[in-house]
Ligand binder design. Structure first.
Ligand SMILES: *[C@@H]1O[C@H](CO)[C@@H](O)[C@H](O)[C@H]1NC(C)=O
Length: 265
């Protein structure tokens, strides 16, 4: 099944929805212009106000790779013994306090040459874990909106890598005794507490079929840790995850690359 057209479509829908919301919102702070093509291909200019905070989204490869249905050269799940086994970066996303987020803020296209010196690190710590093309507007859907704070493309990626090194979630979980296992289940509250104790802020945990899939750390615009905004906090219910049961697994990575790439190539 080819997911790329769906991903592209949802990216487009996201841009349109956000532009609509932004145009309704009062224009506080710095507004930036965003060019969007409507259904008839007519370019429209909309403004979006500047975001409120950052979310550093970290993915747990073992959970992602279990649903990687096929292999391609860009899918790190298929690197066999070199596949990532610890948290990797999904993205640094600018968000609004109301739970929405801006996207597709500039017309500037993603230029790999600007980050050539970072490519080795990015391939290792920020790999793609699927074959579907990223849902982008111009190569980096979310990143373009953080430019008022992170500056150019190079700085955006470098800032993200530095945060990832500084706030090592894998280490915090291991030190609290939460080791990857295909048998154990761990209390969600314990995992959240371990992160809270280490970084003094509440993360957001996302699960799939009872397994930890993504962990998000949130930061003020000066990169000090802050609590993440969750559906629960908006509803004032005080739990920090909606998609996770109270006991979750942190699966071990099971390499399946060789078999899968043999099938595909
Ligand atoms: C995070 O900590 C783990 C466990 O100590 C270590 O293996 C890993 O290299 C660290 N990751 C980074 C990016 O420093």
């Amino acid at each position: 099944m080819n997911k790329a057209p769906m991903a592209l479509l949802s990216a487009k829908l996201a841009c349109l929805t956000i532009a609509t919301m932004a145009s309704l919102a009062t224009m506080e702070a710095k507004a930036n212009w965003v060019g969007l093509r409507n259904r008839n291909g007519i370019l429209q200019l909309k403004t979006q106000r500047e975001f409120d905070y950052f979310a550093l989204a970290l993915q747990w490869p073992a959970t992602y790779c279990r649903r990687s249905s096929h292999c391609c050269s860009s899918n790190a799940c298929c690197r066999g013994s070199n596949a990532p086994t610890e948290f990797t970066i999904h993205g640094l996303w600018p968000d609004y306090n109301d739970g929405s987020w801006p996207a597709c803020c500039t017309q500037k296209r993603f230029n790999e040459k600007e980050i050539s010196t970072l490519l080795d690190a990015l391939e290792k710590y920020w790999p793609s874990l699927s074959c579907s093309s990223p849902s982008t507007c111009h190569g980096e859907k979310h990143g373009t909106c953080s430019s008022p704070v992170t500056g150019d493309e190079y700085n955006y990626f470098l800032t993200t890598l530095n945060l990832y090194f500084k706030y090592n979630v894998t280490r915090v979980l291991y030190e609290a005794g939460y080791m990857p296992s295909n048998r154990e289940k761990y209390p969600l509250g314990g995992i959240i507490s371990a992160i809270q104790n280490a970084f003094h802020a509440t993360p957001l945990v996302v699960c799939r079929n009872g397994a930890l899939e993504e962990l998000r750390l949130c930061f003020y615009k000066n990169f000090e840790p802050r609590d993440c905004v969750t559906e629960a906090t908006q509803n004032d219910m005080g739990s920090s995850s909606s998609s996770c049961p109270s006991y979750i697994s942190l699966p071990e990575f099971v390499s399946r690359g060789k078999f899968l790439s043999a099938v595909v190539t």
